[in-house]
Design a protein around this ligand. Structure first.
Ligand code: FAD
Length: 432
C-alpha cells in the first residue's frame, strides 16, 4: 500500500502542508503531478508558464532522485488518470493541497468520489494561503467583503502557529524508493520550451525596506516579482509572510490582499464564473467593440501609460500593479468595454495569473468589486502618468516610438469618454 501526494499549485518539497501529512501517513509516498488537458488544451503552445511548471518539476525530481525517490508525471484528463491509478496501485491514502478555484473545486469533488469508491482516504490541506475559506469571519459570522476590517482580523489571528513551516524535509526517507519511466516532455504535450528568464524566487530584504516608498513607481522595478512563484507554489506563503512581518508591513498587506481575494472567490464562487460581485453592475450596457479592444490589447490607445503597460504585458508577461489598475480602468471605463474581456486577456498573458487576484483586481477597477471606489471616480490616465512616471522613463522604455509621428493620437477624448461612462453606469445602477 502507498500514499499518493498530488502536486498542483504547490511545486516545492519544502514547507508543503499536504506533502508533510502524506509523509507522516505511515505509507511510502509517491508524488504525482498531472498536466491537466482540461487546462492545457486551451493554452497557446508557446505559453511560458508551461516551461515554468516544467522547470519546477525538474528541480523537484532532482531532489527526489537524490533520496532514491521519484515523481509520477502524467498528461491527460485527471478523472481518467485517477481511475487508472486506482486500478494500477494499491492506494491507501491521497493527499493534496486545496485549490479554491471553481474548476479545481469541482474536479477535486469528482476525484474524491473516484478514490472513495475504493475506500481510499482523500485529504485536502490548506497550504496556499495563511487563512482559507471561513477561517476569518466578521462579527456577524459572515465573510468579510471589505479589505480593511479583514486585514485587521487577519493580523490579529496570524500568530506563530499559522505562520510556522511544515518540516517536510525531516521525513524525506518516507518517500517510496523507485524510478520513474516515461516522463512526458513539453514537446510530447505539444508545447514549446521557452528561454524566458523567470524572476528569482527570493525577495531581497533591501527591496522590502524600500517597498513602501517605491512600489508605486513602475520605472523603479521595486516590487518583488514573486507573483509567479506564489502562483505555482515555488515559494511558501508562510515563509514569505514571516519575512514580510519582520521587514515591511505594507508588503505584508499585499500578501493579505492575496488571502482576501482567495476567500472572496471561495465564499462567492459566482465571481469566478463571470458574475459581478455587485450584481447591479451586470446591467451595464457594455460596448463590445472589437477594434477598440484590439487597440487596447496592442498598446495603441494613444494614452502613454496605458500603452506602456499593455506592451510590458505583451512583451514579458508582467505588468506593474499601478499600471494594471490604470489599464483595467481605461478598458472598462474609458472604452466602456466589458471588464471580462480584459480579465480574459490578462489571464492569457500574465505569468502570475491567478483567478482570485485577477478577478478581484478587474472588478475593483470596473467598480463592481469589493472595496471599489464610487463609480464616478474615474482614473485620469494622464494624471496617473504624471504622478507615477513623472520622467516618462517607464513610458519611453516600453514605447520606443513615443514622441514621434508614429505614436497614435488618443483613441478617445478623455472628457467625452468620462461622460459616456458616467451615463452608462448611472443608467445601470438606477435600473437595479
Ligand atoms: P508585489 O507588489 O511585490 O507584491 C507581492 C505579492 O503580493 C504579489 O506577488 C501578490 O501575490 C500579492 N499581491 C500584491 N498585490 C495584490 C493584490 N492587489 N491582490 C492580490 N494579491 C496581491 N495579482 C496576481 O497575483 N495575479 C493576477 O492575475 C493579478 N491580476 C491583477 C489584475 C488587475 C486588474 C489588478 C489591478 C491587479 C492584479 N493583481 C494580480 C495584483 C497585483 O497587481 C499583482 O499581484 C502584482 O502586481 C504582482 O507583482 P509583484 O509580484 O511584483 O507584486
Amino acid at each position: 500500500k502507498i500514499a499518493i501526494f498530488w502536486f498542483r499549485r504547490d511545486l516545492r518539497l519544502q514547507d508543503n502542508a499536504g506533502l508533510y501529512y502524506a509523509l507522516r501517513s505511515g505509507y511510502p509516498v509517491v508524488p504525482l503531478f498531472i498536466f491537466d488537458r482540461n487546462i492545457l488544451d486551451d493554452l497557446d503552445k508557446k505559453d511560458d508558464r508551461l516551461t515554468f511548471i516544467y522547470n519546477a518539476l525538474e528541480s523537484i525530481r532532482k531532489e527526489l532522485i537524490s533520496v532514491e525517490a521519484d515523481i509520477l508525471i502524467e498528461y491527460g484528463f485527471p478523472e481518467r488518470i485517477w481511475r487508472e491509478l486506482s486500478d494500477e496501485y494499491d492506494i491507501a491514502e491521497v493527499y493534496t493541497n486545496t485549490d479554491y478555484e471553481p474548476y479545481a473545486t469541482e474536479r477535486d469533488r469528482n476525484i474524491f468520489k473516484i478514490v472513495n469508491e475504493r475506500k481510499t482516504l482523500f485529504k485536502s490541506c490548506k497550504d496556499q494561503v495563511i487563512f482559507e475559506k471561513k477561517e476569518i469571519l466578521s462579527g456577524q459570522n459572515s465573510p468579510y467583503t471589505v479589505f480593511t476590517p479583514y486585514s485587521r482580523a487577519w493580523r490579529d489571528k496570524s500568530n506563530e502557529f499559522f505562520l510556522s513551516s511544515y518540516p517536510t524535509q525531516k521525513y524525506s526517507k518516507n518517500f517510496l524508493k523507485w524510478k520513474a519511466s516515461n516522463i512526458p516532455s513539453l514537446k510530447d504535450m505539444g508545447f514549446e520550451a521557452s528561454d524566458y528568464a523567470f524572476p528569482a524566487d527570493e525577495v531581497e530584504t533591501a527591496l522590502l525596506k524600500n517597498y513602501r516608498a517605491k512600489r508605486d513607481f513602475p520605472a523603479d522595478q521595486a516590487t518583488s516579482r514573486i507573483g509567479v512563484h506564489l502562483r505555482f507554489g515555488t515559494v511558501s506563503i508562510r515563509e514569505l509572510a514571516r519575512k514580510a512581518k519582520e521587514n515591511s508591513d505594507i508588503f505584508l498587506n499585499e500578501l493579505i490582499w492575496r488571502d482576501f481575494y482567495q476567500q472572496i472567490l471561495w465564499n462567492f464562487p459566482e465571481v469566478g464564473k463571470g458574475k459581478a460581485f455587485r450584481s447591479a453592475y451586470d446591467n451595464i450596457n457594455w460596448r463590445y467593440d472589437k477594434d477598440d479592444f484590439k487597440k487596447w490589447c496592442e498598446g495603441k490607445t494613444g494614452y502613454p501609460l496605458v500603452d506602456a503597460g499593455m506592451r510590458q504585458l505583451n512583451s514579458i508577461g508582467f505588468m506593474h500593479n499601478r499600471v494594471r489598475m490604470v489599464t483595467a480602468s481605461f478598458l472598462s471605463k474609458h472604452l466602456l468595454i466589458d471588464w471580462r474581456w480584459g480579465e480574459a486577456y490578462f489571464a492569457e498573458k500574465l505569468l502570475d495569473f491567478d483567478l482570485a487576484a485577477n478577478n478581484g483586481g478587474w472588478q475593483w477597477a470596473a467598480g463592481s468589486g469589493t472595496d471599489a471606489a464610487p463609480y464616478f471616480r474615474i482614473f485620469s490616465p494622464m494624471a496617473q502618468a504624471e504622478r507615477f512616471d513623472p520622467k516618462q522613463e517607464y513610458i519611453k522604455k516600453w514605447i520606443p516610438e513615443f514622441g514621434t509621428e508614429d505614436y497614435p493620437e488618443p483613441m478617445v477624448d478623455h472628457k467625452l469618454a468620462r461622460e459616456r461612462c458616467l451615463i452608462a453606469y448611472k443608467q445601470a445602477l438606477d435600473k437595479a
